[in-house]
Design a protein around this ligand. Structure first.
Ligand code: ADP
Ligand code: MG
Length: 249
């Protein structure tokens, strides 16, 4: 059935975009680092939004501002100007303390260097994250599902040095997701992995997105890694130069 024609003189609201919920809205974000008397403009008026369930790859050469953007999205860094609305709260406007609280509750972050505690087993690393992150983390069904998806059930009692790089990164992904954050961020998650382990970790991120509808933003300089996203944002010199849907392999 055709939709009713709008009243003359009235422009109908653009239903698709207006109705879609937004998880993250980055609005005119600029970041200038001051190094002595020199100012480095790492991000220059960057704006985009991310809807729940998207898998966004942000790609760009070294120095294009990717890590700066990820740190701002993760509430680790306050932009010089602009706003970052996550789930209705502006990360750029709240106190450092509030930003930390929002990060623990709503954001999981995975780094290139895994950053696991070396003296704790995989299980111990997950328990610690649950304790730091509080109540949401105590869901045994979610925990089992995560460990199954990441194929870690047989590795729980191993310490990081007894695990391969790929396994360590999977523990780091499980740790980031233990609290069911609305947003998973990953900064070059395969940067320290060989190609086989990169493939495994990327496939698992994709599966977490598909099966748990986890919203994911990864940054990478590697086009092959970026290709697992459902959308690819390209950056150069602190600006977005392209933003396109992608058909992941
Ligand atoms: P990418 O992750 O794409 O390599 P970055 O966000 O790390 O890019 O860096 C963007 C620009 O900002 C680069 O020119 C870099 O040298 C500069 N930069 C990054 N972090 C800092 C910092 N803490 N102090 C000064 N300049 C920085
Ligand atoms: Mg970087």
């Amino acid at each position: 059935m055709p939709s009713p024609s709008p009243l003359p003189g009235i422009t109908p609201a653009p239903t698709d975009t207006a109705a879609a919920p937004v998880l993250v809205a980055v609005q005119s974000v600029t970041m200038v680092y001051k190094v002595g008397r020199i100012a480095v403009r790492a991000l220059d008026n960057v704006s985009f939004t991310v809807r729940p369930g998207e898998f966004v790859s942000i790609i760009g050469q070294s120095g294009s501002g990717k890590s700066t953007l990820l740190h701002i999205l993760g509430g680790l860094l306050k932009p010089t100007s602009g706003s970052v609305i996550l789930d209705g709260q502006d990360l750029a406007a709240v106190s450092d303390q509030e930003r930390t609280a929002i990060r623990r509750q709503k954001i999981g972050i995975v780094f290139q260097r895994f950053n696991l505690f070396p003296t704790l087993s995989a299980e111990g690393n997950l328990r610690l994250a649950e304790q730091i992150r509080g109540v949401n983390g105590q869901d045994p069904t979610h925990r089992r599902e995560l460990l199954r998806l990441l194929n870690l059930e047989q590795r729980l009692h191993h310490k990081p040095l007894e695990l391969s790089g790929g396994e360590q990164q999977r523990v780091a992904v499980a740790r980031a997701l233990i609290n069911r954050p609305k947003l998973l961020l990953a900064d070059e998650p395969t940067g320290n992995l060989d190609s086989e382990n990169s493939r495994i970790v990327l496939d698992m991120l994709r599966q977490l997105n598909r099966e748990l509808h986890q919203t994911v933003i990864i940054i990478t300089h590697n086009p092959e890694a970026a290709a697992i996203g459902t959308r690819i944002i390209s950056m150069r010199d602190g600006k977005i130069i392209a933003d396109q849907p992608n058909n992941p392999r």
